[in-house]
Design a protein around this ligand. Structure first.
Ligand code: GLN
Length: 550
């Protein structure tokens, strides 16, 4: 029988509920329990795959090809384990299966109603995911903020689970305590209201995690205890930290895992420590030598603000690899649109030790990205292309090295003379029928590396597995023409039909991968290609132009 911890948000979104959930999982895992984590997204979309990243952040892809919320990525990174499709649900997914069951007469002629049938389906899925992963403790993060209409049925499901097994179900509220500039004092009132709102859904939190710019003081702890009906020791301070990986360590400063275990009535296992994790955080804090990486993308702007969430796994992978190389990653965003408006601006890339073009879709900003890749290739700056970044590197090489002037992807220019990247055969019918949801080439596929490739050196083995998310691919009709000019097909699918990695061997580091290595990097298990890329960037910083940038 699994124990269940629901994590809900109070006051506002974006305060790190995902990292808090992952960290709670981490500290319980460090005590020897088998932990899994579930993310609930309240929107009607069946999954995150059809949403623009500026709407929703990164679309994280699981081993089994689910297109999920970026928090699943946090869980994988913190727990250092794979999380599967069963651990992700949305309102759309729940309704879809209830309606499907109703059509199949699975409700035996009953009137199917929002309550109880929707919460019952939610509970069924939560229990199924817990069972599948054989977890002692299942963390369930309920997306959104309490008081929103969207997540009320999920809270209802949580309440029903608690009603049946009060000792096995726990609630943690992650709230936010603002310190308004004009007042200069931490305010508890919004959190008090949030607790009341949660109470009105029939739920009493066991713990309040107080996110704020500063640590919680004793006076406010007492106040929240009284108004929130929670013991003072269960009001947990969760101040801002330099690195998200510090959060589990901070929770343990307040003995959170011990308190959770005691309340769940679990037998205390001999305390394991977070040794490796602490070492990692120490490294992250102590590294001084910088490598400067430019991320050339387009999903950055949200109104007047910059949103780094669209590429969160890439950013985290760069950090993991940098720490493994004992350097400090300095990651800067370059909006590829700008190189289209002002081509000379691309020269600013000389100030970087490495350039990344991450995944993407559609034609906006593409020519700017191709300009950046050309600059990296011609100036021998380490280049790492992820998915679209591999396809665009192929286009750049075809145009400027193999002199196929109009080389392009049919995604960008359907009638191009040289479609060096074209649609995958299996995708043609799906697109013609407008079947966009969860129909890309998704999830983990094997790949065989060429012995003399950079990738082989990085992985240290011939056969690898990586996660994919794409509809277009390298056009095999151009294999000869491009390899003759020096492009190395460094990774192929085992049947040799699909090109998964391209490299330029004479370059310091020029690797483009059709897959998304960023989904497999973990702080305690950095990804070999990212490690190799940062290693080259570090070398470049030493001897290359970036070291003379000042
Ligand atoms: N747009 C490209 C494709 O569909 C690349 C996808 C990606 O970068 N994830 O193949």
């Amino acid at each position: 029988m699994s124990k269940y911890i629901f994590v809900v948000g109070g006051v506002m979104s974006g305060v790190g509920k995902g990292v808090a959930s992952a960290s709670i999982g981490k500290i319980l895992q460090a005590r020897g329990y088998k932990v899994t984590a579930i993310k609930i997204d309240p929107y009607v979309n069946v999954d995150a795959g059809t949403m623009n990243p500026t709407e929703h952040g990164e679309v994280f892809v699981t081993e089994d090809g689910d297109e999920t919320d970026q928090d699943i990525g946090n869980y994988e990174r913190f727990l250092n384990q794979d999380i599967y499709r069963a651990n992700y649900m949305t309102t759309g997914r729940i309704y879809e299966s209830v309606i499907h069951k109703e059509r199949n007469l699975e409700y035996n002629g009953k009137c199917v109603e929002v309550v109880p049938h929707i919460p019952e389906e939610i509970i069924r899925r939560i229990k199924k995911a817990a069972l599948k992963s054989k977890a002692d403790i299942t963390i369930i993060e309920v997306g959104g903020t309490v008081g929103e209409y969207q997540n009320i049925l999920f809270l209802e499901a949580a309440r029903m689970m608690h009603l049946k097994n009060p000792l096995d179900v726990q609630f943690i509220m992650v709230s936010y305590l603002p310190i308004p500039g004009t007042i200069g004092e931490m305010k508890t009132k919004p959190t008090q209201y949030a607790i009341r709102t949660l109470n009105s859904a029939g739920i009493q939190p066991d713990f309040i995690l107080c996110r704020s710019a500063k640590p919680l003081d004793e006076k406010r702890r007492q106040k929240l205890s009284v108004f929130g009906n929670v013991l003072p020791q269960d009001v947990i301070s969760a101040p801002d930290v330099d690195s998200i990986y510090e959060v589990p360590i901070n929770f343990e400063k307040e003995n959170l895992s011990q308190k959770i275990i005691a309340k769940l009535g679990l037998k205390a296992k001999p305390k394991k420590d977070l040794g490796d994790w602490k070492k990692l955080v120490r490294t992250a804090k102590s590294v001084k030598k910088e490598v400067k990486i430019a991320m050339v993308g387009k999903y950055f702007a949200t109104g007047a603000f910059i949103l780094a969430d669209s590429y969160i796994s890439v950013i985290e992978s760069l950090k993991h690899a940098a720490w493994a190389n004992k350097v400090k990653p300095v990651i800067e965003w370059v909006n590829s649109d700008e190189y289209e408006k002002n081509p000379a601006k691309v020269k600013e890339l000389k100030n970087y030790d490495g350039i990344i073009v991450p995944g993407g879709f559609g034609s906006r900003g593409i020519e700017g990205k191709i300009k950046a890749i050309k600059y990296a290739r011609e100036n021998n700056i380490p280049y790492f292309g992820l998915c679209y970044g591999m396809q665009l590197a192929t286009i750049e090489f075809a145009r400027n090295v193999a002199k196929l002037k109009d080389a392009n992807s049919t995604e960008i220019k359907p009638k191009t003379k040289h479609p060096v990247i074209h649609i995958m055969e299996e995708q043609v019918e799906k697109l013609a029928k407008k079947q966009y949801g969860n129909t890309m080439r998704l999830g983990s596929y094997p790949c065989v590396l060429a012995k003399k490739s950079r990738s082989f050196i990085a992985y240290g083995k011939k056969r690898i597995d990586e996660r994919h998310r794409h509809r277009y691919e390298f056009n095999n009709a151009y294999r000869d023409r491009l390899t003759k000019k020096g492009l190395l097909l460094a990774g192929l699918s085992p049947d040799k039909k699909l090109v998964e990695i391209v490299e330029i061997p004479k370059h310091k580091f020029f690797v483009g991968v059709q897959f998304h290595p960023e989904f497999r990097s973990r702080p305690l298990n950095p990804h070999p290609l990212f490690v190799e890329f940062i290693k080259s960037a570090k070398k470049h910083a030493k001897g290359g132009s970036a070291s003379s940038r000042k």
